[in-house]
Design a protein around this ligand. Sequence first.
Ligand SMILES: Cc1ncc(C[n+]2csc(CCOP(=O)(O)OP(=O)(O)O)c2C)c(N)n1
Ligand SMILES: [Mg+2]
Length: 275
Amino acid sequence: MNDDLNIKRYDLREDILNMIFRAQAGHIGGDFSVCDILAVLYFRHMNIRPEHMNDVNRDHFIMSKGHSVEALYSVLAARGFFHKEDLETFSEFGTRLIGHPNNQINGIEMNSGSLGHGLPVAVGMALAGKLDCASYHVFVVMGDGELAEGSVWEGFMSAGHYQLDHLIAIIDRNHLQISGNTEDIMRLENLERRIEEFGWYVIQTDGNDLAALDNAITQAKRNNGKPSCIIANTVKGWGVSFMENRTEWHHKVPTREEYERAMRELEEKKNIGEC
Ligand SMILES: Cc1ncc(C[n+]2csc(CCOP(=O)(O)OP(=O)(O)O)c2C)c(N)n1
Ligand SMILES: [Mg+2]
């Protein structure tokens, strides 16, 4: 994977950290776990450009785990969907960049935040594409805690039934949700086998390894006859040592001292090119 993305993954996290510290609100843990997935999708794979959002053949993207909106805003700004300075208004009174995705923003197709709705909508988009013999792919990113919602499993079932091979679901499998470990709150394992049983092609990958993600998405795009699901094994809080795998960093806001420590760590890792 080229070095440029290795730098961007830290730049994106620095933008997120700034947004959350300035606003004193946000969901930093899930932002940092999903950041690399978004970077690889937006910079390597998806046929989505700010000036071509009306193109019927472009790819479609749904951020179903809408609480990770800061990660989405940071990558959309980096891809030129709006001015980077707008990030400074995140969560302010009267801002367009509110605390969950809304479709008034260029590049955002679906309002989300209430978990469990992204996959069913993505199924509808992919089914429409199939009926139209269109070439576009539909990508949807979900959290693993989100999989406790029943509507997700209706989505898995119907996508398998309709053999929607242009649908690619990516699960941010960080093993944590808002109040603890997913396996304690609502057991998911054996997740791969369960999703396969619904007629999906399932790929497991390291979700914080840019090259591995790139490979997994390439494989998913080539797959015929079944929808694809990438179980991206990630680390919640990835990039900042004291946030990694800690439940409280789901939506804790850093103190000034924590903010400065986190920024220092991200800068150091960026400079030594750690990946
Ligand atoms: C329908 C619904 N129920 C509850 C919530 C509150 N909520 C916000 S984030 C979250 C945990 C989500 O965990 P996960 O999907 O694993 O996200 P991640 O770990 O990636 O942050 C919950 C329960 C919600 N947003 N929507
Ligand atoms: Mg999770």
